[in-house]
Design a protein around this ligand. Structure first.
Ligand SMILES: [Zn+2]
Length: 277
């Protein structure tokens, strides 16, 4: 019971600041509180901290040089305040893995979780930092130059940012594991690797998740063209009017792409643990 209350207090505080700073919508606030509280109560400070690290660092990067990114970002789906759909697209899979570890403790759940968190963090850092690249992105599929902000476009800067984003999650998880020992910490999860190795695993999973995101973005993600301004965009509406779908598979919106690519990162980390375990 105490764990639920601590989780609730911590989540409400952090999500409340994000709401006040206009990073979360009303539905996003409630989703973040549910996610954070459950993550603390079913997991530990290490699980909770990995989620919060992603949440805070990606919010800070999105505020950084906001003006310079705004032009490219007008083509992104749902830019600005994160709603419940986006919060669960980024953290819902992590919560499922945390709950699974609570119900059936096994190190593989932890590694999958670490990979998922590394992926979503790496991908967000790549988007926020890579968006400032001076050299235009190239399509991961065709290798041709594409306009900044295009789904599936990759830059050297974005690649470096995604590596840093993954490594950062691993480093924070390790630091928290050292700082907050406890029965519900992923103690069993130290096997088959030492917790220091989480840094490298998270770095690798982050790269794999980001590349998966770019690949799916370039192949299956739905793209629309705005009839008003002519931009190629990810959302079904632009300039206050419905836009025309020009490519992509039904159902593959931005949230679906995020879930699928973080699954790729989580699977790669779990497979690594399985291979060496
Ligand atoms: Zn438009």
């Amino acid at each position: 019971m105490v764990q639920w209350l601590i989780g609730l207090a911590g989540s409400t505080g952090i999500a409340g600041i994000a709401y006040a700073k206009r990073s979360l919508s009303g539905s996003g606030f409630f989703a973040a509180v549910v996610l954070g509280t459950a993550m603390y109560a079913l997991g530990s400070a290490v699980w909770f901290g990995s989620l919060i690290t992603f949440f805070i660092s990606s919010t800070l990067w999105s505020k950084w040089k906001k003006r310079a990114k705004e032009r490219a970002e007008s083509g992104y789906e749902k830019s600005g305040r994160r709603d419940a759909g986006q919060v669960f697209a980024n953290g819902g899979l992590g919560l499922l893995l945390c709950a699974a570890h609570w119900a059936w403790p096994h190190p593989l759940w932890w590694y999958a979780f670490l990979g998922v968190m590394a992926s979503v963090n790496a991908d967000t850092w790549a988007t926020e930092i890579g968006g400032l690249s001076r050299t235009p992105p190239r399509s991961i599929k065709t290798g041709r130059r594409v306009p900044p902000g295009t789904s599936g476009g990759v830059t050297g800067l974005g690649f470096g940012a995604s590596l840093a984003g993954g490594l950062f999650i691993g480093a924070v998880a390790w630091a928290l594991w050292l700082a907050v020992p406890g029965p519900s910490a992923p103690d069993a999860a130290a096997a088959p690797f030492r917790p220091a190795a989480w840094i490298g695993i998270a770095g690798l999973a982050g790269i794999i998740g980001s590349l998966a995101d770019s690949w799916i973005g370039a192949t299956w993600q739905q793209m629309y063209r705005c009839a008003e301004c002519g931009r190629e965009i990810e959302q079904a509406r632009h300039c206050g009017k419905p836009a025309m779908r020009i490519r992509g598979r039904a159902g593959w919106n931005n949230d679906a792409v995020n879930v699928a690519s973080s699954l790729a990162g989580g699977l790669s980390a779990a497979l690594l643990a399985l291979a060496f375990g």
